[in-house]
Design a protein around this ligand. Structure first.
Ligand SMILES: Cc1ncc(COP(=O)(O)O)c(C=O)c1O
Length: 447
C-alpha cells in the first residue's frame, strides 16, 4: 500500500461496504490486509511478514506466489476461458482433470462431477446419494448422518450436516433429515465406542430411511481431531451391513494434506463418494467436486430418460479452473510435496508436543501437516479453556504467525479452544520449528 492514508481509506471502505464470512465488526477493527505471498509467507500492506500457519484456509498447499499457476490460467483464458460443460458439450482441461483424479484417488472410484467449492460439493454428494437410492427403487432413503464437531460448509443442507450448533443458531430451522452422532475423539472420549454410535443411530432412525453417512477423515475446522486407528474400518463395515453410502469429506484432507493423496488410505478404507475442493487447485482458483464409485457412476450413466440426472451448475467443468488444477497436480507430483507434507507433519507435531509442559495445553494431535493444540483450564478435569485461543492468536500474530482458532462454546459439546495449524507443504524446516517457538511464547504471554 502506497501510504498509510491509502491503507486506512481501504479499511474504512471495507468496513462500510464489505460483508465478510463470519462477519463481526469487533473482530474486524484492524483487519490484516495481505498484499503479497511467497511460499509459506504472507506480507501485509505495512510490510510485515507472517508464516501462513493455516495455508490461509487449509488450502494454499503449494504455497503462495507460484507463477506456473498464473501462467496456466492465462494460457487457458487466452484460448478459451470458459464454455458450457452441460451434456452435449465438453472441454479438454475438464476431461484431463477427471481422468487424472480417478487415477490418483481410491481404486473403486470411477466418475467425477465438478463444483466450485466445498459446500457445493457436499450438497452435490447428498443429492447423488438420494439419486442413487431412487434409481434403486428406494426413494425413502434420504437422511444424512454426520458428526458433532464436523464442518461441511454452511449452505443450507451443508450447514445442517455441520455438527457445530453455533452455525445453526441464527439460521434455523435446519433441513429435516440431518442427524448427528459423536465423533471418534480419543482425548475427550477415550475408549468410547464411536463407530458403534453409527449403528445405534441407524437402528433408531431405521436404515431404510438413511441415504448416507458423512465424515471428514480428520475433523478439521471443528478442532483437528484424528480418529482412533480402528474407527473408519468399523464405519465402513457398518455402512455396508446397513446399506448406507459412505461419503468422505476430503475437502481439507484430499490432495496430500495428511501425507497421502487421500486420507482414508491411512486405514485401508474406500468410501463410496469423495467430496473435494481446496487443495485441488491450492486455492489459485475456486474448484471442487465429487468423485463416485463405479456403482454410483453406473446409476447415473444408465438412467432412463425419466430418471435422468437433473443436477447442474453453470461453472461445473470450468476450463480455466481445471487447467489450473492440472498445473497444481504437476507441482504436487513434480516436487514430491505429498511425501513432504507427511515428513514435515511429523516434525511439526513433534515440535508442538513440547508444549505439553505448559499448564493450559491439554492435548496435541495431528496427522500429516494438519495439527491441533487444545487449550484447557485444568488438565485433570479437561475443563475447556474458552476465549484463551483468541488471545494466544493475537500474541502469535504480533510474532509473525497466522493460524485459526476453533473456539469452544459454552453449552455445546465440550471442546477447549483449539489452535489449528495446516501450513503450505512448501514450508521450510526452520519455519516449522518457528511455529512451536512462537506458540510457546504466545501462550506464555497469556498466562
Ligand atoms: C471439511 C470441509 N468441508 C467443507 C467445507 C466448506 O467448503 P467451502 O467453504 O468451500 O464451502 C470446508 C471449509 O473449510 C471444510 O473444511
Amino acid at each position: 500500500m502506497e501510504t498509510r492514508t491509502a491503507l486506512s481509506d481501504l479499511i474504512e471502505s471495507d468496513q462500510a461496504h464489505l460483508i465478510h464470512p463470519l462477519h463481526f465488526p469487533a473482530e474486524h477493527t484492524a483487519p490484516l490486509v495481505a498484499v503479497e505471498g511467497s511460499g509459506a509467507l504472507l506480507r501485509d500492506a505495512e510490510g510485515r511478514e507472517y508464516i501462513d500457519g493455516l495455508a490461509s484456509l487449509w488450502n494454499v498447499n503449494i504455497g503462495h506466489g507460484r507463477a506456473e499457476l498464473a501462467e496456466a490460467a492465462a494460457a487457458q483464458m487466452r484460448r478459451l476461458a470458459y464454455t458450457a460443460a452441460y451434456a452435449g458439450f465438453t472441454n479438454e482441461p475438464a476431461v484431463r482433470l477427471a481422468e487424472r483424479l480417478i487415477r490418483l484417488a481410491y481404486a473403486n472410484l470411477s466418475g467425477v462431477y465438478f463444483t466450485t467449492g466445498g459446500a457445493e460439493s457436499n450438497e452435490t454428494a447428498f443429492k447423488i446419494a438420494r439419486y442413487y437410492w431412487k434409481r434403486h427403487g428406494r426413494p425413502e432413503k434420504t437422511k444424512i448422518i454426520s458428526r458433532i464437531h464436523g464442518y461441511h460448509g454452511v449452505t443450507l443442507a451443508a450447514m445442517s450436516a455441520t455438527g457445530m450448533p453455533i452455525f445453526h443458531r441464527m439460521f434455523a430451522p435446519t433441513v429435516p433429515g440431518f442427524v448427528h452422532i459423536p465423533p471418534s475423539y480419543p482425548y475427550r472420549y477415550p475408549g468410547a465406542p464411536a463407530a458403534e454410535a453409527l449403528e445405534a443411530v441407524l437402528q433408531a432412525e431405521g436404515p431404510e430411511t438413511v441415504a448416507a453417512f458423512l465424515a471428514e477423515p480428520v475433523i478439521g475446522a471443528g478442532g483437528v481431531i484424528p480418529p482412533a486407528a480402528d474407527y473408519f474400518r468399523k464405519i465402513r463395515e457398518i455402512c455396508a451391513r446397513y446399506e448406507i453410502l459412505f461419503i468422505a469429506d476430503e475437502i481439507i484432507t484430499g490432495f496430500g494434506r495428511t501425507g497421502l493423496w487421500f486420507a482414508l488410505d491411512h486405514w485401508g478404507v474406500q468410501p463410496d463418494l469423495v467430496s473435494f475442493a481446496k487443495g485441488v487447485t491450492s486455492a489459485y482458483l475456486p474448484l471442487g467436486g465429487v468423485m463416485v464409485s463405479g456403482e454410483i457412476h453406473g446409476a447415473i450413466r444408465e438412467a432412463p430418460p425419466e430418471q435422468r440426472f437433473m443436477h447442474a451448475a453453470t461453472y461445473s467443468g470450468h476450463a480455466t479452473c481445471c487447467a489450473v488444477a492440472l498445473a497444481n497436480l504437476d507441482i504436487l507430483e513434480g516436487e514430491n510435496l505429498v511425501r513432504r507434507a507427511g515428513l514435515l507433519g511429523v516434525r511439526l507435531l513433534a515440535g508442538l508436543q513440547t508444549l505439553r509442559d505448559l499448564p493450559v495445553v491439554g492435548d496435541v494431535r495431528g496427522l500429516g501437516l494438519m495439527c491441533g493444540v487444545e487449550l484447557v483450564e485444568d488438565k485433570t478435569t479437561k475443563a475447556p479453556a474458552l476465549g484463551l485461543g483468541v488471545r494466544v492468536m493475537a500474541e502469535a500474530r504480533k510474532r509473525g504467525l497466522l493460524a485459526r482458532i476453533r473456539g469452544g462454546q459454552k453449552g455445546e459439546h465440550p471442546i477447549g479452544d483449539v489452535i489449528c495449524l495446516s501450513p503450505p507443504f512448501v514450508i521450510t524446516e526452520a519455519q516449522v520449528d518457528r511455529i512451536a517457538e512462537v506458540l510457546r511464547e504466545s501462550i506464555t504471554a497469556c498466562l
